[in-house]
Design a protein. Structure first.
Length: 265
């Protein structure tokens, strides 16, 4: 079993290792036969060339802004809706929960054009609003995950808080939100990875090059410097690095959240 897991890990890590190796090679070392895994000499200047080849810092700021707002909106709205589905009793709760889950079967391609027309009528095209505002209205998948977690919290906590005079909002904010850190960390990691690497959304709604994200910037960089594989791999590695750091930094919370919400990988 360990041998199979190790073999699978090697298969998944080889492309990453080759990317790192290529990002440190010179223009000649990339095409050496047999392939050279350890660059000699090491060209650290590829990273500086990648940063200077396109507005890397500007695109990084744009991406961080969109990602931070999207994570904030997703975690707050999904946890808020999940609390209503998990702990509040109201007419039609189970029916509307099924309706919400059924929206997950609707492919994004089916709503792409209607949403674009809707945002165009609102005057939101070429702004960050179409990329950020929908996150403040919840996500069916994340609401489901948070609901599964909230269902594991004993209802006696609600009853004790109500006896002390706490409102439902205060129970959600001061009791359930602190207890749901593992689940919120899972939502945060999922949202970060999706938003940070999102290419289609910014491509549709952003026209001004100064508003581009790293995904769009990297694509334009590939169109201009596609033959310079070493510099392109250095730029791709810089774009991917925050996702890797975030995942390994919060890996414990991520695994714990996945376990408690009942998601099977």
């Amino acid at each position: 079993m360990y041998a199979l897991l190790l073999a699978g890990s090697v298969m998944f890590l080889m492309p990453l290792a080759w990317m790192v190796s290529t990002s440190l090679k010179g223009d000649v070392g990339m095409f050496s036969i047999p392939p050279q895994w350890i660059p000699d000499p090491v060209h650290w200047d590829n990273f500086s060339k990648a940063v200077q080849s396109f507005p890397f810092l500007r695109y990084t700021f744009n991406t961080v802004l969109i990602t931070a707002l999207t994570m904030l909106g997703t975690m707050l709205s999904s946890a808020f809706c999940a609390y209503a589905f998990a702990k509040l009793r109201w007419p039609g709760r189970d029916f509307w929960f099924i309706v919400m889950l059924s929206t997950m079967m609707l492919p994004p391609q089916a709503t792409m054009i209607p949403l674009f027309i809707f945002y165009k009528e609102l005057g939101w095209i070429d702004s960050y609003l179409p990329l950020v505002v929908p996150s403040f209205f919840g996500s069916a998948l994340y609401i489901f995950l948070m609901r599964q977690f909230f269902m594991t919290i004993p209802k006696e906590l609600n009853e004790a808080a109500k006896l002390d005079g706490a409102s439902e909002f205060r129970i959600w904010w001061q009791l359930y939100m602190p207890l749901s850190k593992p689940a919120l960390a899972t939502l945060g990691i999922f949202t970060f990875m999706f938003t940070w690497n999102d290419f289609l959304g910014p491509l549709i709604y952003l026209n001004d090059p100064d508003s581009f994200t790293l995904a769009l910037g990297l694509r334009s960089f590939q169109q201009q410097f596609g033959t310079r594989w070493n510099v392109m791999m250095a730029a791709s590695l810089l774009v991917m690095l925050p996702t890797i750091v975030l995942f390994f930094s919060f890996q414990r919370y991520f695994i714990e959240g996945v376990t408690l919400t009942g998601v099977k990988g």
